[in-house]
Design a protein around this ligand. Structure first.
Ligand SMILES: NC(=O)c1ccc[n+]([C@@H]2O[C@H](COP(=O)([O-])OP(=O)(O)OC[C@H]3O[C@@H](n4cnc5c(N)ncnc54)[C@H](OP(=O)(O)O)[C@@H]3O)[C@@H](O)[C@H]2O)c1
Length: 264
């Protein structure tokens, strides 16, 4: 649901739930929790789904990493969404920003960092599970060293490390436009998007796809109707460019916990 026009949301979420989608990925920083919540409620009210049939994810923003702020941040997001618990709540990224109302606090264009740390946030996250505010907790955009630190110091292991390996828009090497992808998809009678989603599924990854029109939603769902051979997965693996295009540019490259300096 990232950066989608709130006016489109109700239509898109309604169409997605009607088609059978059940996972909804939200975040405080996307600024649209209220609109997402209203769209979900409309589908509960019209009897299409129950709350229990949905898997709703949320993300703790970086200005709420101090342990005692986590519960309030989570409750505020739940209230905006009109729900009483998250199925999965994640730390959005490992960089802690100075606490306060501004989500990306800056002085003279310089992002202000917090003295607290993602581990402080994790301790708060663990409290959400015991209070029933989150059924499971995880992280997002963490590197392997940061994950290990949480595994060592925390009581509950994260169930997920979400992230975005490739920024689709404005990318100079959008894999969906790669000639091999186009040829392979055409040979299989599927769309490039279906091929790439299936590639991720058959590689053992959980895929969270964003689409803002019903055609794309339907197209992507059809990725569940076929499987790839190992040789096809190997051919797609060979397209690897060893590059990361989602880098939190301008948001904290100098932060001590900037995650993308480690190889993984
Ligand atoms: N944890 C994080 O920090 C983080 C960061 C980024 C994203 N995310 C999450 O990751 C998920 C994916 O988001 P993303 O922004 O990375 O998007 P994405 O799923 O990689 O790609 C979205 C783009 O692909 C297009 N698209 C979708 N289905 C298509 C199809 N069948 N054919 C052609 N184009 C298609 C969409 O177009 P239309 O919109 O026009 O349909 C949109 O431009 C979201 O749930 C988001 O919340 C998390």
């Amino acid at each position: 649901m990232q950066t989608m026009d709130p006016r489109l949301l109700k239509h898109v979420i309604g169409a997605a739930i009607d088609m059978g989608y059940r996972a909804i990925d939200t975040a405080y920083i996307y600024g649209n929790e209220k609109a997402v919540g209203e769209a979900i409620q409309a589908k509960i009210d019209d009897g299409t789904v129950t709350r229990e049939q949905l898997f709703i994810m949320g993300k703790l923003w970086s200005t709420f990493h101090r342990t005692d702020l986590v519960e309030t941040a989570c409750k505020n997001s739940l209230e905006a969404l009109g729900i009483t618990y998250f199925d999965l709540y994640m730390i959005h990224n490992p960089m802690s920003f100075k606490e306060g109302p501004d989500p990306i606090p800056k002085i003279a264009s310089v992002v202000q960092f917090s003295e607290y740390d993602y581990l402080d946030a994790w301790f708060g996250m663990e409290g959400l599970v015991s209070k029933g505010l989150a059924k499971s907790i995880g992280v997002s955009n963490f590197n392997s060293v940061q994950l290990l630190r949480i595994l060592e110091k925390g009581k509950i292991p994260p169930v997920i490390n979400q992230g975005t390996p490739v920024e689709y828009k404005n990318s100079t090497f959008a894999v969906i436009d790669d000639p091999l992808v186009k040829v392979m998809a055409s040979g299989l009678g599927v769309s490039p998007a279906q091929l790439l989603i299936r590639y991720q599924i058959d590689s053992g990854h959980n895929v969270v796809v964003k689409a803002s029109c019903a055609n794309h939603l339907w197209d992507n769902l059809q990725a569940l109707t076929f499987e790839l051979e190992k040789t096809q997965i190997d051919a797609l693996n060979a397209l690897n460019k060893n590059k990361r295009t989602f880098t939190f540019k301008g948001m904290g490259e100098t932060h001590k916990n900037y995650p993308f300096l480690e190889p993984f």
